[in-house]
Design a protein around this ligand. Structure first.
Ligand code: THU
Length: 130
């Protein structure tokens, strides 16, 4: 699974978004060590705070199915599903990544031209784990 293919799957996942409040559709594709890919989308709520981000949807689906080894995630988002720039993961999602992933876990932030690559260490230095 190359990054380009993972990014394609994130774009497809974005079409599943439930975002009637913000209008921002977000998609994620999470690559497991065994090659399995889990897709996620944001799922909003009228009460706002129960909203689940696309990244966490993907992680929680994967963990439920027994996966705990992850290699990379591709993320995209934009108003009405139009990608105008990168869509960096929020702090809560970064901490969820930290729970399951090493510092070299790759994060591909999709842009209109392609993607920007970061590691979890780039995005969440000196982070908390037990
Ligand atoms: N959102 C995500 O899905 N992932 C993030 O990392 C940041 C924010 C969603 C939540 C909400 O539905 C919309 O984007 C606007 O904040």
């Amino acid at each position: 699974m190359n990054p380009e293919k993972l990014c394609q799957l994130a774009k497809e996942a974005m079409t599943h978004a439930y975002a009637p409040y913000s209008g921002y559709k977000v998609g994620a594709a999470l690559l497991c060590a065994d090659g399995t890919v889990y897709q996620g989308c944001n799922i909003e709520n009228a009460s706002y705070s129960p909203t689940n981000c696309a990244e966490r949807t993907a992680f929680f689906k994967a963990v439920y199915d027994g996966h705990k080894d992850f290699v990379a995630i591709a993320i995209c988002g934009g108003k009405d599903g139009v990608i105008t720039g990168r869509f960096p993961p929020c702090g809560v999602c970064r901490q969820v990544m930290r729970e399951f992933c090493n510092e070299d876990f790759k994060v591909y932030m999709i842009t209109p031209e392609g993607y920007e690559e970061r590691t979890l260490a780039d995005l969440l230095p000196d982070s908390f784990s037990l």
